[in-house]
Design a binder for this molecule. Structure first.
Ligand code: T3D
Length: 263
């Protein structure tokens, strides 16, 4: 399908989704969600990609929901904010989490509202030094969504989660990294180079193992110790049955660099 609200590219098995409505700070519309679903359909096709980057066009990552999008701004009698989450945001979050490859957010500027939390739903979050995260919801009488009420306390603890959500003040990228909310803050002009170099490396890595790592760590938040170590054994069994495991051990013993195929 032709893309307008996003840009979509796959090069060397690295898929890149660029939120692309720079005149509206890449805020999400219904049309953008339709395109995001189509892009995710492509990324999920076997053999297409082994890493995914999500970033924004222009000076921002995204300002979250487009508050001027007709459904949102008109607020007719049957307007249901929860329904949009169920239809658009929640399935996207689930797909990113389940995607059997690393997903990297390259936060190139402000990430506000649902966009801040979409970024936090990615496996590795890099942000440019001038970027910031804004839980803007309370300013318009909403609660953090797109996974924010889950990811914030898990990542930074309840005190900071409550501060971010109730005060709705910008959190600069550097502090976000210091707090452990994101993986790394880098100079603005180095952001895309650093993320692309990393994506290239990951796309040549043991993709099956990366998928199993995601699955095991995301499950840990909801499991008790006994359930988690049982899951580890199950997923390690799957990792141990991959060609990449055989290649990794073989390469180590032969003192050469491994050539992983993602199988
Ligand atoms: O059902 C559901 O879908 C529920 C889901 C809700 C999820 C949410 O995301 S709710 C939160 C929505 N987002 C916000 O409340 C953030 C609103 N935006 C801002 O507070 C500011 O724009 C920023 C702090 C993000 C950035 O400020 P600044 O000064 O860098 O930029 P700006 O001048 O405010 O914005 C640039 C333009 O983008 C501007 O347009 P203009 O005046 O030049 O024609 C502005 O109106 C527009 N824009 C920014 N954010 C949005 C937006 N237009 C529509 N929706 C936006 N969210």
């Amino acid at each position: 399908m032709p893309f307008e609200a996003i840009r979509f590219d796959v090069t060397d098995q690295i898929a890149t989704i660029t939120l692309h409505r720079p005149e509206r700070l890449n805020s999400f519309t219904e049309a953008m969600h339709v395109e995001l679903r189509a892009a995710m359909d492509e990324v999920e096709k076997p053999g297409v990609a082994r890493a995914l980057i999500i970033t924004g066009s222009g000076r921002g990552f995204s300002a979250g929901q487009d508050l001027a999008d007709s459904a949102f701004s008109l607020q007719g009698a049957d307007f249901d904010v929860g329904a949009t989450l169920e239809k658009n945001y929640n399935p996207l979050l689930a797909r990113l989490r389940a995607l059997p490859m690393p997903v990297i957010a390259a936060v190139n500027g402000v990430a506000a509202g649902a966009a801040a939390n979409l970024a936090l739903a990615c496996d590795l979050v890099f942000a440019g030094r001038s970027a910031y995260f804004l839980q803007a919801f309370a300013k318009i009488g909403l609660i953090p969504d797109a996974g924010g009420t889950y990811s914030l306390p898990h990542r930074v603890g309840m005190a900071r989660a409550l501060g971010l959500a109730l005060l709705a003040e910008p959190l600069p990228a550097e502090k976000a990294a210091e707090w452990g909310l994101i993986w790394k803050c880098v100079d603005d002009d180095k952001l895309m180079d650093e993320v692309t170099t990393l994506a290239r490396k990951l796309a040549q890595g043991p993709t099956r193992a990366y998928a199993l790592i995601k699955q095991s760590l995301y499950a840990a938040a909801d499991n008790d110790f006994t359930t988690q170590v049982a899951l580890e054994a199950e997923l390690q069994r799957a990792a141990g049955a991959t060609a990449d495991f055989r290649e990794g051990v073989g390469a180590f013993l032969e003192k050469r660099a491994p050539h992983f195929t993602g199988r």
